[in-house]
Ligand binder design. Sequence first.
Ligand SMILES: [Zn+2]
Ligand SMILES: [Zn+2]
Length: 337
Amino acid sequence: MPFTTPHRPYDLAAMWPELAALARTAVRLHPRHGDPTAEQSSIGGPLLWPVDEPWPTCSGPHEWNSLQTLDEVFEERRILDLTWGKRMAREPEIFTAEERATLDRIRQAGRNDARQDQIRTAGAPLLPVAQLFTRDVPGLPFRERFDLLQVLWCPYDHPEAEKYEPAVHLRWRDTSRSVLKPVYPDGNTLVGFDDYVPSRCVIAPEEVVEFPDLGLLPPELRESIKATSERVEAFSYSENALAPGWKVNGHGAAWMITDVVDVRCECGAEAKPLLTAATGGMDGLTSTWLPLEERDIAADIEKRYSYSVDVYLGRGYDLQIFHCGLDPEHPPVMEMS
Ligand SMILES: [Zn+2]
Ligand SMILES: [Zn+2]
């Protein structure tokens, strides 16, 4: 189902004509729970993987919260989804005895000693995060050479690199050049944080226009926008400039937890926003970015928007994945914001 972002309440480029030259197109992905096949673009779905290429692993070192299998993570989510209504209504008995026993068993298994040993000695298999075909997602970089971008990450923290976030890997592919088969990691695969497991989602890409974070604008323009924000209570530059949720290209996420960084590839080239992995899919009921098609979905809306990918990063931040604008072989750069 396609989604339509409503017109912005404020036309920024009309208010500040200098902004027009800084506009970029972002592609909102609108991920929603589903059952994508490996032939489809998806978030968290199976990937089309070359038959002669081993599934990638990360050697760490790793830190984790509790070691659960993918099967356990999805079983826990299934139970929490089923009982969402009861939890929202604050009913005294949320879980059946059987559900409670399953949740207890899963939590205990996460502290199992054999699992701790296993993860200290073996590499951690990566998880599929996004599979994006150029036919579905307009404007993907390097599309003259590749027709598929795969994003994977290692579902642990990486203290040695001072990265308390999953480690991201990219694969740019020309699907005509290898024999591909559908792959999704085995259900027994261990993960260090259940919050780093994307639920399987279908996507509905939609192009929107974005403007840079306030901190990236020339000082005079920034001051002029700030003055308007102080004068007009309902006006928020950020709310009009940057789309929330999972998206490709554009200007990335708003910089909330750190000052704006000039993001560079290790080769020194400008690194450009590639994929924003968002903790919340949407800013609750009040966001002006709520698609027109979902305006009338009431009861379930917070659940659907906030947790559609079921990923929770940092203290509820977005993970911005940047890529080298010059060479697809260079590793991505990540910033939490
Ligand atoms: Zn790792
Ligand atoms: Zn580079």
